[in-house]
Design a protein around this ligand. Structure first.
Ligand code: ADP
Ligand code: MG
Length: 264
């Protein structure tokens, strides 16, 4: 059964989409079966995975309004190595259409449940806000990766996200947890980076991934080629960082599952 992970932060431009696409590619390179779920009307994760958002017959929108089965909206782009449930601007309409529907925050969860046995991981790219779309992502997820830049004010927005996660946990999804805190566009030469890193370790302890994602131009360039960075420049620092992250994630999970570590 797939582990479902939402990548969230209501702040835009912190590297959520870059993380979603490149982590999906890295997990796929490790022979995991991966579904990337695009929940952002900008459709950047779809485009960056090689799915043209301008020519979608079916998208996350159709799945959310129950106009089609999730399996009918999933695509397998030839080069990325993972499947994609794509999105475009239409997804915004789902929010409006569902506004008076009971259980509207559970739509994605029930849809993904139908294909959960076909994958090892589902990664959900959340939009940059705490709206109904993000809520659908959090309700569907087992864990949340919070992507963040180590900069001034970075911690400020975090409490609203943590409150939302807590609300979801205490109501619809008791098993939801913070999977990890990922530091993106990391620049160790910046003294602020170190200060914020220190604060993150204080608050979140070993939830903070040891792997950091450096600022790397290949990660920014790859989307214009419609492929994850590892298919564009395998040995770039950015590609290697996301491979390391996938490795760290898998090892963490194995540790949690391993009976020898029980009670350790
Ligand atoms: P979000 O999804 O949180 O809005 P994106 O992943 O779209 O953020 O990233 C915002 C911008 O920063 C994009 O142009 C992306 O290519 C670039 N970017 C993201 N991560 C990195 C990185 N580690 N190094 C360089 N550029 C990055
Ligand atoms: Mg994004």
């Amino acid at each position: 059964m797939a582990r479902i992970i939402a990548i969230a932060n209501q702040k835009g431009g912190v590297g959520k989409t870059t993380t979603c696409v490149n982590l999906a590619a890295s997990l796929a390179a490790m022979r995991k079966r991966v579904l990337l779920v695009d929940l952002d009307p900008q459709g950047n994760a779809s485009m960056g995975s090689g799915v043209d958002k301008y020519s979608l017959k079916r998208s996350t929108y159709d799945v959310l309004v129950e106009a089609c089965a999730v399996s009918d909206a999933i695509q397998t782009p030839p080069e990325s190595g993972f499947d994609v449930l794509p999105a475009n601007g239409d997804v915004t309409a789902a929010e409006v259409e569902l506004i008076h529907v009971d259980g509207r925050e559970r739509r994605l969860r029930s849809a993904l449940g139908k294909v959960q046995s076909s994958y090892d991981y589902m990664l959900i790219d959340c939009p940059p806000s705490l709206n109904l779309l993000t809520l659908n992502g959090l309700v569907a997820a087992d864990g949340v990766i919070i992507a963040m830049q180590c900069e001034y004010f970075a911690l400020e927005g975090l409490s609203a996200l943590l409150d939302t996660i807590e609300q979801v946990r205490s109501s619809v999804n008791v098993s939801l947890e913070v999977e990890g805190i990922l530091r993106t566009m990391y620049d160790p030469r910046n003294s602020l980076t170190n200060a914020v890193s220190g604060q993150l370790h204080e608050h979140f302890g070993d939830k903070v991934y040891r792997t950091v994602i450096p600022r790397n131009v290949r990660l920014a360039e790859a989307p214009s080629h419609g492929v994850p960075a590892m298919h564009y420049d395998k040995y770039s620092r950015g590609s290697r960082a996301y491979m390391a992250l996938a490795g760290e994630m898998i090892r963490r999970e194995e540790r949690l599952r391993s009976p020898n570590d029980m009670g350790a």
